[in-house]
Ligand binder design. Structure first.
Ligand code: FHN
Length: 466
């Protein structure tokens, strides 16, 4: 008996020791990558799926005749639920149709290389088995399955990177914003709204929950913080949280909302010295590329959380053009799905994921691993560039079959990326280099022309022979 107790004690001590030293569960030491090494897969990935899912997904943004403005994930605040009233929703949250493998397959088939799931949104309800709080999927809901665990495992099975969104603000916790009913979000506009207890919430609740997520679910490839806007949360906390995560999982990529560098919907304070690995423009795309890592996040309709009354769906063509625009400017695209309370993706989302997937599959070469275009944005579309090859993404296919290229393009060979890939003829005109393209665009949405460029030597030789 004594031997077993001693063995158990030894196992516990080793777990505590390795956890303190920043080893993920299992104790294997993780080599800390350089910044560029850590960001490499993310920079190549280009396209990810955001998933906003929780108790608000059964509310759907409605309370009787009242429909919440904006995102349905804000139901607790926008529909004026007291904490007691809102706690009824986790108690009804029982998404029996949730199938993590299916969700990951739909993301993968759409050409998405990573998934970011809301582990806890502003309402404070945790989608994992938290030992820090009973306000979680195991104790406060009849579902009693660890959603974070199931999705993490499904991502690993299908070689999709796994990320977690985590809200700094918490409308349920009394030491955060839980005492601000009916305007839980008062602290966003009015920085004088503070909770002197917040540092206790930060140390004894927020950090321990982040630690659980980074210790109990294997590699967490991305931590996507949100709700950084309150005065209670300081830049000192932000920098402390960034280091805290680095100690637990050295190579996790962390967005800039871990600190105070978000700068509103633009998502990037380009002046200050803030922690975070990438900027987070929201529902917008920067006008031009910038010299740091960034990811634009967007909804497919107008709501992050499931909202059946919001039928303002972006078309697949628009979403593909947004992906291309973002990649042409050196960014990533995090496109949102708001599953319903049963655990289903909305039909309109599934339709778009399939159409986007057909396009990304056919044009993968021009997107994944591609860099921002070195050329001015053309009137007819966008350029991306990879390994010395330029890809012309034509949004508006010219009716006369003549596509004017940037004057600085030294063309060796032009060909369609899909369909008939034989060489396309080019000619020098008074306006510049024109390629004669087929009358019919190969793709209904965005058609890509592959432009192989002359090397410096080729160009010099061509000039000498002309
Ligand atoms: O308030 C949240 C909102 O609900 C949603 O999660 C977005 C996604 O980036 N972030 C905040 C608004 O900026």
């Amino acid at each position: 008996m004594k031997r077993i107790a001693l063995k158990k004690l030894l196992v516990i001590l080793v777990a505590v020791f390795t956890a303190q030293l920043g080893y993920p569960q299992g104790g294997e030491k993780v080599e800390k990558l350089s910044d560029d090494e850590r960001m490499e897969w993310w920079r190549d990935a280009k396209f990810g799926m955001f998933i906003h899912w929780g108790a608000y997904s059964i509310i759907g943004g409605e309370r009787g005749e009242q429909i919440a403005g904006g995102g349905a994930e804000w139901a607790m605040d926008k529909l004026d639920y007291t904490i007691e009233e809102y706690e009824k929703f986790p108690a009804m949250f029982n998404p029996q149709l949730f199938d993590a493998d299916k969700w990951v397959s739909m993301a993968k088939d759409a050409g998405m290389k990573y998934i970011v799931l809301t582990s806890k949104h502003h309402d404070g309800f945790a989608l994992w088995d938290s030992k820090v709080s009973d306000y979680d999927i195991m104790d406060a809901s009849p579902f009693k399955r660890d959603i974070v665990k199931e999705l993490a495992e499904a991502c690993r099975k299908q070689d999709i990177k796994f990320g977690l969104y985590h809200s700094i603000v918490d409308w349920h916790h009394p030491q955060a914003q839980g005492n601000l009913f009916p305007n839980y979000n008062a602290g966003q506009k009015d920085q004088s709204v503070v909770n002197p207890e917040f540092p206790k919430y930060y140390e004894n609740y927020l950090k321990p929950q982040v630690k659980e997520l980074l210790t109990n679910y294997g590699d967490v490839d991305i931590v996507w913080f949100d709700g950084d806007w309150i005065a209670d949360y300081t830049t000192e906390m932000g920098k402390d949280m960034y280091s805290f995560i680095r100690e637990i999982q050295p190579n996790t990529i962390i967005n800039n909302r871990v600190d105070k560098g978000r700068n509103g919907m633009e998502g990037m304070d380009r002046e200050g010295n803030f922690a975070g690995d990438f900027g987070t423009p929201e529902q917008e795309i920067p006008a031009t590329g910038i010299d740091s890592d960034w990811e634009a996040c967007m909804t497919m309709n107008g709501s992050w959380g499931y909202k059946p009354s919001d039928e303002n769906w972006k078309s697949s063509e628009d979403l593909i053009e947004k992906l291309v625009d973002i990649v042409s400017k050196g960014g990533n695209f995090l496109l949102n799905i708001g599953p319903d309370g049963y655990g289903r993706f909305p039909a309109e989302s599934i339709k778009r994921l399939k159409e986007i997937g057909e396009w990304t599959d056919a044009n993968a070469e021009a997107i994944y691993g591609a860099k921002a275009s070195p050329f001015e944005r053309p009137a007819w579309g966008r350029y991306t560039e990879k390994d010395g090859v330029v890809y012309a993404h034509v949004f508006d296919w010219p009716e006369d079959g003549k596509l004017l290229l940037d004057k600085d393009i030294k063309l060796k060979k032009a060909s369609l990326l899909t369909g008939d890939q034989s060489k396309i003829k080019g000619e020098l005109t008074s306006e510049g280099l024109v390629v004669n393209i087929p009358e019919e665009a190969p793709n209904a949405y965005v058609s890509v022309i592959k432009l192989e460029l002359l090397s410096k030597e080729d160009w010099a030789q061509k000039k000498n022979t002309n």
